[in-house]
Ligand binder design. Structure first.
Ligand SMILES: Cc1cc2nc3c(=O)[nH]c(=O)nc-3n(C[C@H](O)[C@H](O)[C@H](O)COP(=O)(O)O)c2cc1C
Length: 148
């Protein structure tokens, strides 16, 4: 069973809600799970040989919410190579914006560049189609947890 850190980026709380739904699903599979909103680099580094699940919305024009922007910047600037890290990404967005799910896609691209190993595909959640994101994310989390 895996040790999983869920790192949340949210403006209005949707991504946090998704994380709070994901936590008990993964715990029921026997994983050890903690949720971090406004996380520090030290909290991220606690999982460098384990698993992280990034759940972030996009704000502005393809930008990170403040609650994860600092973490992203530090992971980018202070960590180089993370080959032992396994991860997943749930990206919340809205397809009426130009940079659909831009923040989640950008975090994924960074982790790929740093040689982390993604488990599953990035889940893109469109607020236009799915106003209740948990209806899409919870089945995805269930399947993702089984792949760990
Ligand atoms: C001011 C503003 C800017 C946004 N910019 C984008 C964007 O560039 N790309 C995108 O895919 N979604 C964008 N969105 C949509 C949000 O990402 C989406 O509503 C998401 O579900 C919000 O989740 P949260 O409550 O966790 O912040 C924007 C929403 C707002 C209100």
């Amino acid at each position: 069973m895996a040790k999983i850190g869920i790192f949340v980026g949210t403006v209005y709380g949707n991504a946090l809600l998704v994380a709070e739904e994901a936590q008990p699903i993964l715990q029921a599979q026997g994983h050890e799970v903690a949720v971090f909103d406004d996380a520090t680099l030290a909290q991220w580094q606690n999982y460098s040989s384990d698993v992280v699940l990034v759940i972030t919305s996009t704000t502005g024009q393809g930008d990170f919410p403040d609650s994860i922007a600092g973490l992203y910047r530090e992971v980018k600037d202070k960590l180089g190579y993370q080959p032992e890290l396994r991860y997943g990404v749930i990206a919340l967005g809205d397809s009426s914006y130009d940079h659909f799910c831009g923040a989640g896609k950008t975090f994924d691209a960074l982790l790929q560049e740093q040689s982390a190993k993604r488990v599953g595909d990035v889940l893109l959640v469109d607020a236009v189609e799915d106003p209740e994101p948990e209806s899409v994310t919870s089945p995805w989390v269930e399947a993702w947890g089984k792949e760990l």
